[in-house]
Design a protein around this ligand. Sequence first.
Ligand code: XLS
Ligand code: NI
Ligand code: NI
Length: 440
Amino acid sequence: MNAASEFFTIRTPIAYGGAQASTPLAFRWYDKDRVVRGRRLEDHLRFAVCYWHSFCWPGLDPFGGETFLRPWHHGSDAMAQARAKADVAFELFHLLDVPFFAFHDADAAPEGRTLAESVANLNAIADVFEQKMATAKVRLLWGTANLFSHRRYMAGAATNPDPEIFTYAAGQVRAALEVTHRLGGQNYVLWGGREGYETLLNTDIGRELDQLGRFVSLVVEHKHKIGFKGPILIEPKPKEPTKHQYDFDVATCYGFLQRYDLLKDVKLNIEQNHAILAGHSFQHEVALAEALGVFGSLDINRGDDLLGWDTDQFAMNVSELVLVFHEILNRGGFTSGGLNFDAKIRRQSIDPDDLIHAHVGSMDACARAFLAAADMLDAGVLTAPLAERYKGWAGAEGRAILAGQHSLADLADRAMGSGFDPQPRSGRQEYLESLVNRYV
Ligand code: XLS
Ligand code: NI
Ligand code: NI
């Protein structure tokens, strides 16, 4: 195949050119060094390129095969192909000037005949990553293991009816977690790939949940043993590939973490399109995770309003993103998390440079939304009316109720007193919607 530098026609990193930039490829909003609320934009948004969709997915759909014809997908030496793929991946990281990337074990290195061989392959490619990272800017946002593609996992990994499959998955996760640690990964992700079920005719839900709780606990124990400092992130998704995924949504994941005593070490990686599939808005999932103290990171993408599956498109929907960033920034912004492009270009986007356009467009959409959210926070556009709406709870009486200082009878007696006549107040939704529109 061609050298990495010949894969894209673009040869120099994309630069910030301002909203009026005349070149087709420039950041119009993402000015990475601009300081907003005390941090550089790059450090706020923490963009990560995702290895699987951008370098491993060949463009297939249920009705047709590969459309992209990437050179590293064709050849007989799987390790040489993995190295060629890494060359192009690092070229893209450089051209986009992103601070992070993310990968699954199976994206980086080919599966061997045995687990030992697969782990050796992964470690060899991790050596390649390590060498490249020594001189590149890019760091690792998170690593993960693919516990869903191989047929051995068709009935789940941790939730498999066979403990030997659970054991195999443990072997895979130990290797992926240790490689993530070695590469300085800031988080470790456990998306519950096939942890769910198709039919209750063959499924013991309670048992499977206990298995999943045990598996995540083992990962947490190992993380402490090797001194990995970042959080473990689980990723809510309601369906696909299984009909019913155990990590259905933020609320379900919270209940799971609480039941298995994992709240101290595990946080959530929330994905736009998974929120929608669960019948929630993206903003709802983020706001709830923040409120429950389990917000970790975001997989940034979008679905299609007319399709009920995980289309994983590049996020370009500024107005939706504004409210999400408003939630995050209002709580202080990302800590270990960031914005991972868990997004694929469409299968007709077959030019290598389409990968660059997709990322640049979405980084700009995020930056534009983020800047609008920051302006809204600075002006207190939503925070001030919210504080006003709840001000009774901030007062003496509201605080006394929440602190448990009144019994039900105390409250009832007060309500029965003469002159006690609370009045309803407007929710002002349309007024607030039009305020938001001034910033979008
Ligand atoms: C699939 C998931 C997956 C995880 C990583 O829907 O979003 O891409 O993020 O295993
Ligand atoms: Ni994801
Ligand atoms: Ni997804």
